[in-house]
Write a new protein. Sequence first.
Length: 326
Amino acid sequence: MKAIAITANKRVELLDRPEHTGPLGSSEVAGPTLVSLVSPGTEIHANFLGSRFPSYPGYACVFQIEDAGSDVTDLQRGDMAFSMGEHGSVQREQRQRVLPVPPGLVPEEAVFARLIGVGMTTLNTTNVRPPAHILVTGLGPVGNLAAQVFALCGYQVTAVDPVEARREAAAEAGIQDVRSAVDAPPNDLKGRIALHLECSGHEQAALDGCRTVCRHGEVVLVGLAWKRRTECYAAELLAAVFRNFAVLRSGWEWELPVLPERSSRHSMFGNYRIALDWLAERKIRVDHLAALYQPEQAQQVYEGLLNQTLPKPTALFDWQGSREFK
């Protein structure tokens, strides 16, 4: 099989990689990949700029069932399935770690269920209920989709990003209040925000949120600060938390179990299932978030995401060479 590999710092290659050659397990499914999605945060910073090689990145994919184990009775040959698979031409997964793609939903849209699930983790864990006023900072794919999810669930959403193209994309997706900065006109947010989803990974945005939320308001770090960007000191952040009675916490999706458990009301795959339904029902828009590329263009894709020179915020790899995404 073919697989995208990071073979050195900032170096990507499409390599031949041995397939799982043993017989399919009774609860496994396998088949050719249709599309895979690049995470512009995790894959760039943890893999493309990483230090352990080779690494085989991947975040989400949709593949076509070609073979299924004897215990798999609800998926048939030809069905499309969503998984958290790597960027490779073939997928092989346990049945419990895949979800059927709803009828009528194209792979290029279904694959975004993974990124929708990132913001849904905060939806699962917050004490703030609609129609509270929430703030989303950072309108890359994760922030854009989080803003859409919270608006869909009845929250009043203000979305912020300094990049005009990202603001336009959020507005195009139906977010009505989109601003260039937290303190941009009409500068009326201080004390009104009950929940802040910080999706940019920028420490200034987290500090702004802690200064802006109402008493006992939550500031949730959905995006990781992969590197230092400002001269802010921790004392400034701590003072804002202390004086504003703010709750500052992680929004990492891995707080939830991957699969449903009796001890947890929510799970990552539970969120992905709902996200797939929302996508199929056209309640969330993703067509403005990615362009399609061939796996052979992986170096161009990763460099473009690092330098923010691609025409859209993230990228999909087309493993069949015949797909079109508008």
